[in-house]
Design a protein around this ligand. Structure first.
Ligand SMILES: [Zn+2]
Length: 326
């Protein structure tokens, strides 16, 4: 199978595309590797209920800190059906990002359905979950079926600033991987789950966070979702190895490492134990930051050297997670 890795040739960073509003597609860090923090982000999907909450409380407890001494954070893409909104309030207050994953969890593959469910689920999270509307800025499509070319425009109109629904597959270690980018100059990558936005239709300042495939623990097959690998680990050792090898692969280039997944993966105790150990190991490193997708994008808008991260307001312990200036 051919993977298209063309870069959008019309986009020239620093010339016709300038931070923080515009970021061209790229396979490398905007800073030298040695100055780039290794960002790790988690995006969990579906209903937020008591069973899932137990896992999140354990893995993302507030005593787990990044090198800047602020607690680690993650993103929850929440659907309406079967969600307990008291838990939305709890995790929002703990500093987690609350994003949107539709009302009904059906395929949201037309502009009309997207406009309807993206608006209503944002309202539900605001009214029932007490999350300020302006902080609900991220969308993930159920089953990763998008509304194609109309998706960025429709989301932008509703006050969303990013989408995290388009997949990018790698098939072996050390392959180059795309960084998050804005859609100013369209979508240049191979469309894995049609329809996708067109390469020619831009949407100014709207971010796309690619879901980059992991390789399974045998290094054999790619999987967009951590819990969707065909070779699934059966022991804690294999599960840890799986997480660690994917980390090491990204660490060479500091490409942000994204865990797109369902907390159901943790229902198997060896997976939960492995992730617990993995996060513990990561929080010992002085160049690794576990942050929400929203916070990762603040870094993308303001690339900040490791040694100066204390100046990045959006990563501070209590600051608003959205940079008001950009
Ligand atoms: Zn889902």
């Amino acid at each position: 199978m051919v993977i298209m890795t063309v870069n959008c040739s019309n986009c020239h960073q620093g010339a016709n595309c300038r931070l923080p509003q515009c970021s061209c597609t790229s396979y490398s860090s905007p800073l030298p590797v040695k100055d780039t923090p290794q960002i790790i982000f988690y995006g969990f999907d579906d209903a937020l209920n008591g069973q899932m909450a137990q896992h999140y409380r354990k893995l993302f407890s507030s005593d787990r800190k990044n090198p800047n001494d602020c607690p680690i954070s993650m993103s929850l893409y929440v659907q309406h059906d079967y969600t307990d909104y008291s838990l939305v309030r709890e995790f929002y207050k703990k500093g987690m990002e609350i994003g949107v994953h539709s009302v009904t969890h059906t395929n949201i593959d037309t502009e009309a359905k997207l406009a309807d469910e993206a608006e209503h689920q944002k309202s539900n999270l605001a009214q029932l979950g007490s999350v300020p509307k302006e902080e609900i800025i991220g969308w993930r499509s159920p089953n990763l079926e998008t509304a194609g070319d109309t998706q960025p425009m429709t989301l932008k109109k509703l006050g969303y600033t990013y989408d995290i629904s388009l997949t990018y597959t790698v098939r072996k270690r050390h392959e180059k991987k795309p960084w998050p980018y804005t859609m100013d100059y369209g979508y240049p990558y191979y469309c894995e789950i049609p329809p996708c936005p067109k390469p020619t239709s831009g949407q100014k300042g709207f971010w796309e966070v690619p879901i980059i495939a992991f390789l399974d623990y045998k290094g054999a097959y790619p999987c967009a979702y951590v819990d969707g690998c065909s070779n699934s680990p059966t022991t804690e050792e294999d599960a840890f190895e799986f997480l660690w090898e994917n980390f090491e692969d990204n660490y060479e280039t500091r490409t942000p490492l994204g865990f797109s997944m369902h907390a159901a993966w943790f229902e198997r105790p060896h997976n939960l134990a492995a992730m617990d150990r993995f996060i513990k190991e990561m929080t010992k490193k002085d160049d690794v930051y576990i942050v929400s997708v929203q916070k990762m994008l603040e870094w993308m808008k303001h690339p900040t050297k490791l040694s100066e991260l204390y100046k990045l307001k959006a990563w501070g312990c209590k600051s608003a997670s959205i940079d008001q200036q950009s």
